[in-house]
Design a binder for this molecule. Structure first.
Ligand code: PLP
Length: 390
C-alpha cells in the first residue's frame, strides 16, 4: 500500500500513487539497464526492446498499432505536439477549434497561437460541462486545421460525445485531437471507435511515473515535430528517450489491463457512497458535473458561503487531501475557467472542492471523510456567519 495508513488521498485526478509493480519494474530497469536505445550494440538493443514492449502495451490498450504511439515528456507536451504539429503541417489552414473547459495544456497553447494570428474558437458548454455541438458545427470551417476537445474533464469528470465531435471535424476536413489524460485507464478507449486522429495520455494518472506521456497519431496523419534534433520516435520527437519512464508507463498499462473494469466498479460504488453521504449530511451542498456522462470517481461540490481553500486546509489537518477549483486568490480571474464555463458565479466557483478517488482508496477512507467533512463545513459556516437556512 503506497499511501500511508493515516492519509486519505482524494486527489487522484491530480496524480496517482505509483503502483508497487511499476516501482519494482522501474527500479530493476534502472539498476540493470542504462543503454541508449539508439545504440546498435547489445545494451542499446535491449533498451530499444524495452521501449518497443511498452509501446506495444500502450498501443494495445488504445486499439492502436505501436507505430502510432509517440512517447513525450508529459501529457502537456503531447497536447502541445498535437496542436502545434498539425498547424505546422497545414500552413494553408489558420484556424483551430477547441472548448472552453480544456486543460491549460490545450487552452494556453491556443491562447499563445491567437497571439500569432491563428483564429481560435472556444466552444461553450452547458451547466453539466457538455460541449455545445451546434456551436462546433458552425465553428469548424474548411480553414480549420484541428479540432481539439477533451474526452473527460479533469475538474468535473464530464465525458464528451467524442465520436460525434470527431465526425463534425472530419466532415469539414479538419483533424481531430482529444486529450484523454483523465479518461485513459478509467473507461475503455478505442481510437477507431472514437474516430480520433490524435489522442493524448499521461502515465502519472494511471499509477505510473510522472514526466512521461504519449501522443497517439493515426497512421497517415500530417503532423510535423515541434522538438527538433535526433531521429528518436521515428523522427517525430527528438531527444534520448526517458527509458525508465517509458518502461514504467508500459508496466502501469499492463497492471491496468488486468483490473480496470473491477477497479472502476468498486470506485463507482465508493464514490456513490461518498456523494450520497455528503449530500445527505451537508446542507446546501451543490453537485457540479453531469449526472450520468461522467467519470464517476470524480466528485465536485460547491459549498456556498465558504472559500474552498479554507475547507481544503481544514481537511488537510485531518489527513485528507482534496483539491479546489480555484487558485488561492480573491481575484475572479483566478477562479477555475471550467467552473465559470458551466455558469457558476465566481463566489460559488470559489467554494468548490474536487474529490477524485483512485485504486488505493478504501471504504474506510469514505467513512473518514463522511465523519470529518460535515463538521468542518458546519464550523466554517458558523465562523463565516453563513446561514444554510437562507
Ligand atoms: N490534460 C488533462 C485533462 C490533465 O488532467 C492533465 C494533468 O492534470 C494534463 C493534460 C497534463 O498532463 P501532464 O501532467 O502529464 O503534463
Amino acid at each position: 500500500m503506497p499511501v500511508s495508513e493515516h492519509m486519505v488521498y482524494l486527489d487522484n485526478n491530480a496524480t496517482t500513487p505509483v503502483d508497487p509493480a511499476v516501482a519494482e519494474r522501474m527500479a530493476a530497469f534502472l539498476r540493470e539497464q542504462f543503454g541508449n536505445p539508439s545504440s546498435l550494440y547489445p545494451i542499446g538493443r535491449k533498451a530499444k526492446e524495452a521501449l518497443t514492449e511498452s509501446r506495444e502495451a500502450v498501443a494495445g490498450f488504445l486499439g492502436a498499432h505501436r507505430s502510432e504511439v509517440t512517447f513525450t515528456s508529459s501529457g502537456t507536451e503531447a497536447d502541445n505536439f498535437a496542436i502545434l504539429g498539425v498547424l505546422e503541417a497545414h500552413p494553408d489552414k489558420t484556424e483551430i477549434v477547441t472548448s472552453a473547459i480544456e486543460h491549460p495544456a490545450v487552452i494556453e497553447t491556443a491562447r499563445a497561437l491567437e497571439k500569432k494570428g491563428i483564429t481560435v474558437r472556444y466552444a461553450p458548454v452547458d451547466g453539466t460541462g457538455l460541449v455545445d455541438l451546434d456551436f462546433l458545427r458552425s465553428a469548424v470551417t474548411p480553414r480549420t486545421a484541428l479540432v481539439s476537445v477533451m474526452h473527460a474533464n479533469n475538474e468535473l469528470g464530464t465525458i464528451q460525445p467524442i465520436e460525434e465531435i470527431a465526425r463534425i471535424a472530419r466532415d469539414k476536413g479538419a483533424l481531430f485531437h482529444t486529450d484523454a489524460v483523465q479518461s485513459f485507464g478509467k473507461i475503455p478507449i478505442d481510437v477507431d471507435r472514437l474516430g480520433v486522429d490524435l489522442l493524448t495520455i499521461s502515465a502519472h494518472k494511471i499509477y505510473g511515473p510522472k514526466g512521461i506521456g504519449a501522443l497517439y497519431v493515426r497512421r497517415g496523419t500530417d503532423i510535423l515535430p515541434f522538438i527538433h534534433g535526433g531521429h528518436q520516435e521515428r523522427g517525430l520527437r527528438a531527444g534520448t528517450e526517458n527509458t525508465a519512464g517509458i518502461v514504467g508507463f508500459g508496466e502501469a498499462v499492463r497492471v491496468l489491463t488486468g483490473r480496470m473494469k473491477k477497479d472502476r466498479e468498486r470506485l463507482e460504488k465508493l464514490a456513490e457512497r461518498l456523494k450520497a453521504g455528503i449530500e445527505s449530511r451537508v446542507p446546501k451542498v451543490r453537485f457540479n458535473g453531469h449526472p450520468e456522462r461522467r467519470i464517476k470517481s470524480t466528485l465536485n461540490f460547491a459549498f456556498p458561503g465558504l472559500e474552498a481553500e479554507a475547507i481544503l486546509l481544514a481537511l488537510a489537518t485531518k489527513g485528507i487531501s482534496v483539491s479546489t477549483g480555484s487558485a488561492c486568490s480573491a481575484d475572479s480571474e483566478e477562479v477555475s475557467h471550467v467552473l465559470l464555463a458551466i455558469g457558476l458565479r465566481p463566489e460559488i466557483a470559489r467554494s468548490c472542492i474536487r474529490m477524485s478517488l483512485g485504486r488505493f482508496n478504501t471504504d474506510e477512507d469514505v467513512t473518514t471523510v463522511l465523519a470529518e467533512l460535515p463538521e468542518i463545513i458546519d464550523k466554517l459556516r458558523k465562523i463565516s456567519s453563513f446561514d444554510p437556512a437562507d
